[in-house]
Write a protein that binds this ligand. Structure first.
Ligand code: URA
Length: 237
């Protein structure tokens, strides 16, 4: 590719990003910041900072009605846990309990998550947790492609504010959104992938173990791997 064609390709990508995000944030555009530029926000010509904190960002988006889930949800489920955590878990979408309480992973899958965390000496205070979708799909159906596209910038902005060292993908929707692959969970679980300066660890969604209790040893193995990764990385910090 010549220098000219690569810069026109970049311009096209930038324009596409602008229009995608404009449809979400109207006259504001959020860009994933490269490592050397912490936050960049272009507001129709003016430069103003991205939300600096998760609380500020939640305040901006908690009334979202950009897809139909905004009409059927009870509560917007932004995320919870330690906003300064080095580890972020990404689930799929709120279920019934989460929708009622506005907090992720408070139902049965959440209790199992707590159990797996306890086994490796972590609690919710050591991590942050959020979902690909911030609103419950009716009857807990799978997220739809358009809902994922619309909600994805919210997750990416959360991650760009937090800049965690480790991201744990709980299940295939988190894997699809962050790693852009649709490979089977069987082939992905227990593996790590570099992503925007972080390590992404893939594991089954904890709801999987509610359906397949015998598979819990996979979860225990993957969480033990998380603990080792965290301890190794911490030595280098
Ligand atoms: N399952 C998810 O993916 N997220 C929740 O918050 C609860 C259950």
């Amino acid at each position: 590719m010549t220098k000219d064609s690569s810069s026109s390709e970049q311009a096209r990508e930038l324009a596409a990003l602008y229009f995608r995000q404009q449809s979400l944030f109207e006259d504001e555009i959020y860009l994933p910041a490269p490592p050397e530029v912490k936050r960049l926000r272009v507001l129709r010509g003016a430069l103003t900072p991205l939300p600096q904190t998760l609380a500020e960002f939640e305040e901006q988006i908690h009334d979202c009605t950009r897809c139909s889930l905004g009409k059927t949800r009870t509560k917007f489920v932004f995320g919870a846990g330690n906003p300064n955590a080095e580890i972020v878990f990404v689930g799929e979408a709120p279920g019934r309990d989460e929708d009622l309480q506005g907090i992720p992973f408070v139902g049965r899958a959440g209790k199992l998550l707590d159990q797996l965390l306890t086994e490796i000496g972590f609690s919710r205070d050591d991590i942050y947790i959020c979902n690909v979708l911030k609103c419950r799909p009716p009857k807990n159906r799978d997220p739809e492609a358009t809902e994922i596209e619309i909600c994805k910038p919210y997750l990416l902005t959360q991650l760009s504010i937090m800049r965690p060292k480790i991201i744990v993908c709980l299940g295939r929707f988190a894997v699809q959104v962050l790693l852009g692959v649709k490979d089977s969970m069987k082939s992905m679980r227990g593996r790590m992938f570099p992503w925007e300066g972080a390590q992404v660890l893939v594991t089954y969604h904890t709801a999987y173990y509610l359906r397949n209790p015998n598979g819990i040893s996979f979860g225990q193995e993957d969480f033990a791997m998380l603990r080792r990764l965290y301890d190794d990385m911490k030595q280098a910090w």
